[in-house]
Design a protein around this ligand. Sequence first.
Ligand SMILES: [Zn+2]
Length: 344
Amino acid sequence: MWEVAGQSRALSLLQRSLEGGSLAHAYLFVGPAHTGKMTLAVNLAQALNCEGTEPPCGECIPCQKIASAKHADVQVIDLGSNGDSAEAESRVRISVEQIEQLQHSASLPPFEGKCKVFIIDGVELLSIGAANRLLKTLEEPEGKVVFVLLSTNESVLPPTIVSRCQRVELAPLSAGEVETALSSRWGVEPEKARLLARCSGGRLGWAVLAAGDDTLLQQRAEWLDEMLEIVGADNERRFTYVAQLVSRFSQNRELVQEKLYLWLEWWRDLLLVKVDCGDTVTNVDRLKELTGMAEGYRLGQIRGFIDNIRMAGEQLRLNANPQLALEVLMLSIPEKSKVRNPTV
Ligand SMILES: [Zn+2]
C-alpha cells in the first residue's frame, strides 16, 4: 500500500516502472517541503524489497524494518547523518565523506534484502566535492542499487546530476484533498481539518504535523503578527528585521523561505478579499482582519507587492545576496491609504 496521499502521477509512474521491470537507477523527487517526497521514497524502498504479493505491502518483515529505519540496505543521507553528533549538527553541507561512505556501501551487495536504496534528502545541500563524487556514482550504475534524491530546490542542482536521474514531480495537493486526508486517515475533527488544510498550502505533511502539534499553528500566528507589525513599521525597523532574517538565513534557509511563503499567502488573501472571493482565502481564521486591511490598498498595490515577494523568494533560492533581496522587498511594501478603498 502506497502511503503517500494524492500524487497520482508520481505513483503511477513508479508503479508502471516496478511492474514493467524498467526501474531507473536514480530518481529525483522534486517538490515543496512536506509534499510527501520522503514518504514516497521510503515506500519505493519498501516496494523494491517487499516479500508480499502486492509491493509495498507494508506488513512483511522488510517493509516493517524499512518503515522503522532498521533495514541494513536502506540508508538516508542528510545533513544530520554520519559523523559524530557535534560535527553533524554544525554541518551546513552534505560532505564528501558522507558520499564516500555511500559509495563504499553501494559497491557491496545487499546485506539482507533484494535491493540497496540510498535516499539523499536535500540534494541541493551537497558540497561541490560531494556533488562530483555522487555524479561519478550515478554515471557508473551498479546492480541492485537505486538512488533516490529529494529536493525542494531543483534550480540550484548541477544539471549533470539532474540529467542522470528520472525526474518525479510532487505537486502540492488541493485544500480539499488535504482536508479529506486529515479527516479520513488521521481522524482530525472537521473544523480543525478545514483550517489546517487551508493553511497548509497543499503540503499535507505540514498539516499532519500541525494537527498533532498546536505550537505550529501558534508559530504561524506569531509570524503573521510579526509580518503585520513590519508592514506598519518605518524603514529603520524593517531593516533591523532584515538583519535578523539574514542571520537566520545563514543557519536555516527553509525557515526564511517559510516566512516569505506566509507573507505571500497573506497578500494573496488580501487580493482575494479585494475581488470579493473572501470565501477562498487561506487564512480563514483571520478573514475579518484581512477585510479591514484590504480596504487600505488599491488592487494594483497588492498585485505589485505579491510579485515582489515572489521575486525575493526566487532570488533567495538562486543564492542571490539575501540582505539585498530582502531590503529591496522591504522598500517595496506598499503604503496604506488613509481613505477607505482608494482608487488612485
Ligand atoms: Zn512488504
